[in-house]
Design a protein around this ligand. Structure first.
Ligand code: HSE
Length: 425
């Protein structure tokens, strides 16, 4: 029986889950793939930390070189997260002649070009199914299942923590902080949850998907990123009144003028298929020119689904399959600046309820070519501050921002900073 010796970097939640999966399903993997997977050595920071039962403590080491320089290790699985040390270890593993499996979206989004270049030069493989969408096989779907397609559009809900928070705020009327604490308890959130709620995790993931699908280098600094901290229950309820829900969408589209890559809270029509994706679930809607739309849906966060994705890479490795980012196009497309994006918008103003306010706001919007499609002012208390909600037709971001800035400067009628949320329609 062929044996594959794995060097594991990191024994956090996903690493532990992988270790248990490899032991629990050893017979299943042997029967199905004719391979014995063995986690031979594990890099940990703290050798004294109490871990789970069933772990063979003799396999732990605090020295990366005991894995990276050990010729008996066939493949390195990087699950330590973060960018700097992970990059160093991955490059070292490749130079030592080992293929690498990583779940590290930050590393791939920020240093993917360098890692791919080295892997290509050395003829090594970098597998990264677990970097996006947890247990959802989105990387293999793009690379293999949709291999006959040109993909020009990817819409994703790729952060379980944010989707859970927005769902709980909408369904249970929870406030943001309580919903975040629940997500942390369930083990979805990143060690630093600002990566989730500020949209950075989603931005890393959409950069990885766009790079793979569009065969273009996507400089991570060019991916526009806005999180969900400022979304209130009030916005969620107003959106519902208009027939929308609010989701954190990761968007990548391309046309002849460039690539649109962004993460933003978005009003999604309630009858859109992504509006039905609730809780910690993830979904990725891909548009292939041959297949049309494909929706992948499943558990995008959590140790077991993510370990399942790492295991699928180990299986691919055992079969000698290739994996790496495709060579970037020789005619690179630019990532568009957010100011040039054309979208519909939800605008919430906190205004004094008095005659003439709506006409002043509408007048300024008109000057910036913003056309209004709907208006609500549900609370009416003359002389007090009330929310005034407007939905717009399509307009350039630059114009909406300039108009709202001008409206916000009218301190006699505007009482706090206005809210602008894009509408996907
Ligand atoms: N923290 C991520 C999420 C999971 O909430 O989706 C890992 O990518």
């Amino acid at each position: 029986m062929r044996s594959i010796r794995i060097g594991l970097l990191g024994l956090g939640q996903i690493g532990s889950s992988l270790y248990k999966l490899v032991s629990r399903k050893a017979a299943f993997f042997q029967k199905r793939y004719g391979v014995q997977f063995k986690i031979a050595r594990i890099l940990v920071k703290n050798m004294r930390k109490k871990r789970f039962s069933g772990l063979d403590a003799k396999r732990l080491t605090s020295q990366a070189s005991q894995i990276l320089k050990d010729p008996s290790i066939d493949v390195v699985v990087e699950l330590i997260g973060g960018v700097d040390s992970a990059k160093k270890y991955v490059l070292e593993a490749l130079r030592s002649g080992k293929d690498v499996i990583t779940a590290n979206k930050a590393l791939l989004a920020e240093k993917g070009e360098e890692i791919s270049a080295l892997a290509g030069k050395l003829g090594r493989q970098v597998f990264f199914e677990a970097s996006v969408g947890g247990g959802i096989p989105v990387i293999k779907t793009i690379r293999e299942g949709l291999g006959a397609n040109r993909i020009d559009s990817i819409l994703g809900i790729v952060n379980g923590t944010c989707n859970y928070i927005l769902t709980q705020m909408s369904r249970e009327g929870l406030d943001f902080q309580t919903a975040l604490e629940q997500a942390q308890k369930k083990g979805f959130a990143e060690p630093d949850p600002s990566f989730d709620i500020d949209g950075i995790d989603s931005a890393h993931k959409i950069a990885v998907l766009a790079r793979l699908a569009f065969e273009q280098n996507i400089p991570f600094r060019d991916v526009y990123c806005e999180g969900i901290r400022h979304i209130t229950e009030q916005d969620i309820n107003f959106a519902k009144n208009f027939g929308y829900c609010i989701k954190l969408l990761a968007i990548a589209k391309r046309d002849a003028s460039g690539i649109d890559a962004r993460v933003q809270p978005t009003l999604v029509p309630q009858d859109h298929i992504l509006a039905k994706v609730d809780g910690s679930f993830n979904a990725i809607l891909l548009d292939g020119d041959e297949t049309g739309e494909i929706l992948l849906y499943g558990r995008g966060a959590g140790p077991e689904p993510t370990a399942s994705a790492v295991m699928s890479d180990l299986i691919d490795y055992s079969r000698g399959l290739e994996s790496r980012f495709p060579e970037a196009s020789k005619k690179p497309l630019k990532v568009k600046n957010i100011s040039s994006i054309l979208s519909r918008y939800y605008l919430r103003f906190s205004v004094l309820d008095q005659p003439g306010v709506l006409s002043k706001i509408a007048g300024i919007l008109g000057k910036y070519n913003v056309s209004i499609s709907d208006v609500i002012q549900s609370e009416r208390k003359s002389g007090t501050v009330v929310p005034l909600i407007l939905l717009t037709h399509h307009v350039h971001e630059k114009e909406i921002r300039s108009a709202v800035e001008r409206i916000d400067a009218m301190k006699s009628m505007i009482r706090s900073k206005s809210r602008v949320i894009r509408i996907e329609a």
